[in-house]
Design a protein around this ligand. Structure first.
Ligand code: UDP
Length: 252
């Protein structure tokens, strides 16, 4: 039997949301089952998001994060935690992948996730806005081994693991490994909350793996780019006069 894929997406209403969620939903629809898409919003379950999810044809769970955070730096952290709690509580067995709504994903990526046994990572291509050039973030690999990291910005050199949120995936069994988390006092979910911007990924990884030896280069050699992290946002849009649009520009 094929491994279940558990795809976690934090989302919120803004102009490009309908475009992002439809794009991601259409890729997920092409992935052979079993796959569950856990979509998490912040304070309330919005009509805009619910309508898109219903139309995608993907098996999904639409959750809301009870935590009320106004800190923009959190960018989905509490929502991912809500999803982790859900996975843990319901003992969902599969490969967990954090897929932000605005990134671009290939079908090949989702096929590769099924090859992961415990923890897999790969390089993600991004655009460095300031320098207007493409950069890579993620592992340098030799066969199935991770032997180093692509690094870029100065501030980020202090990180232990140079991965993007969309550049790793892991077996959900890690979440209920009592040796690892010494629960109930230190569980991963709470530890993610107070992390400095830019350090969320490495802090999370430092809790789920000890070092590079416990990582699987996905696919072996890491020679392909399977997803792209672009920073495209449309803020403060001006709409055509007299038109009434949903908050996320979806068509109704
Ligand atoms: N996100 C969210 N609420 C926010 C900010 C971000 O739900 O207030 C989600 C967003 O939809 C995306 C993820 O968190 O799925 C990462 O956000 P973003 O792409 O803005 O962060 P960046 O990639 O720029 O760090």
């Amino acid at each position: 039997p094929r491994k279940e894929l558990i795809v976690v997406t934090p989302t919120y209403n803004r102009a490009l949301q309908a475009y992002y969620l439809n794009r991601l939903g259409q890729v997920l629809r092409l992935v052979p089952p079993p796959l569950v898409w856990i979509v998490v919003e912040m304070e309330t379950v919005s009509v805009e998001t619910a309508e898109i999810l219903m139309k995608t044809g993907v098996v999904y769970r639409h959750l809301v994060c009870a935590k009320n955070s106004t800190d923009v730096k959190d960018r989905g952290v509490h929502q991912r935690n809500t999803a982790l709690e859900h996975i843990e509580h319901h003992k969902l067995d599969g490969i967990v992948y954090f897929a932000d709504d605005d990134n671009i994903y290939s079908l090949e990526l989702f096929e590769s996730l099924r090859e992961i046994s415990r923890f897999g990572t790969w390089p993600v291509a991004m655009l460095a806005q300031s320098k207007n050039k493409a950069i890579l973030e993620g592992p340098v690999c030799n066969g199935s081994e991770v032997i180093g990291w692509h690094t870029n910005e100065k501030s980020k050199r202090l990180r232990r693991f140079h991965v993007d949120m969309s550049g790793f995936a892991f077996n959900s069994t890690i979440l209920w490994d009592p040796k690892r988390w010494q629960r109930p006092t230190s569980n991963p979910i709470r530890q993610l909350d107070s992390v400095k911007e830019g350090f969320q990924e490495t802090t999370f990884l430092e809790q789920v793996v000890e070092d590079e030896n416990q990582m699987e280069a996905t696919p072996p050699g890491c020679s392909r780019i399977m997803n792209w992290h672009l920073h495209v946002e449309a803020r403060e849009l001006v709409y055509p006069k007299g038109w009434l649009l949903q908050k996320n520009l979806d068509i109704v």
